[in-house]
Design a protein around this ligand. Sequence first.
Ligand SMILES: *Cc1c(COP(=O)(O)O)cnc(C)c1O
Length: 353
Amino acid sequence: MSRYWSSIVAGLTPYVPGEQPKLPKLIKLNTNESPYGPSPRVLAALRAEVGDTLRLYPDPGCAGLRESIAAFHKLTPAQVFVGNGSDEVLAHTFLALLKHEQAVLFPDVSYSFYPVYCGLYGIAYKQVQLTESFEVRVDDYLVPNGGIIFPNPNAPTGIPLALAEIERLLRANTGSVVVVDEAYVDYGAESAAGLIARYPQLLVVHTLSKSRSLAGLRVGYALGDAGLIEALRRVKDSFNSYPLDRFALAGAAAAMEDRAYYERSCAKVIATRARLGDELVSLGFEVLPSAANFVFARHPRHAGAELAASLRERGVLVRHFGNPPRIAQFLRITVGTDAQCKALIAALKAILA
Ligand SMILES: *Cc1c(COP(=O)(O)O)cnc(C)c1O
């Protein structure tokens, strides 16, 4: 605390990202990055950007990238907003579309950045309990609200919500914006992007950090009715005209255009996830049904924090959340390569022995 701080800064509780270790040897299964590199076409596009044009500002409207994203989702560029990672897209969404008199609703077990944005922007929020089996129950959200946001599949549980349930929510909730954060949708859940034409209050948020293997490039986007997109653009152009640099614009467009590469890498992760789940179950873990690139698992006889610490000693990083208390027993384990998952299982066997 410093006497020079604003009262806003003094009251902030910032998000704590997962560890990015300095030691290169660690097996990193803690922040849901892809274990596979980006498409070779992305790397070629990035190399092509190295040159004299770097003296010029990038396109503030990100037209080329928005066109590639629109083509992928069969939408128009006016229905696409891009940002510096979906975290930035989400931040603008909270300020532009979720800050109202009534509280915004999100699950009590969910992406822990949501309450941080509420704190930053002074937004009232209410956390809605997941069911006993850690599922989102749509009926619990059919109450007066200033907006609704949840990841699908949810994080850190990995459990998906059926598209029919999302549509039921949209039919009932027309007075406020419904944001579906689809950071992990490519690993087995149904996207709500196809509902955008019919529901002007729906915003779907995607990231290139997971299924497109580009966490290091920082690109995310939102899909929605042009009116919602315009609200995001107004916030962005009141904050930073150029959040995406020339590399991000070129690399992200190439990633969106190489559909086959990303489909193959998602399929590999999905296949490994099934094997990893089976191995964890045979070690006595309970594994929640995951449609994401991670699994959420607990052992009936071992505390989550202790398991995570023992794994770290053996060179394997996983994520553990202490709050809320009912998930404290769980580990969130990113699905790595088959070799990485094998090393994780070997380490767990040694710890549990
Ligand atoms: C990873 C993640 C994001 C953020 O992704 P970036 O694009 O890297 O900022 C957003 N929402 C959820 C639920 C995530 O897990």
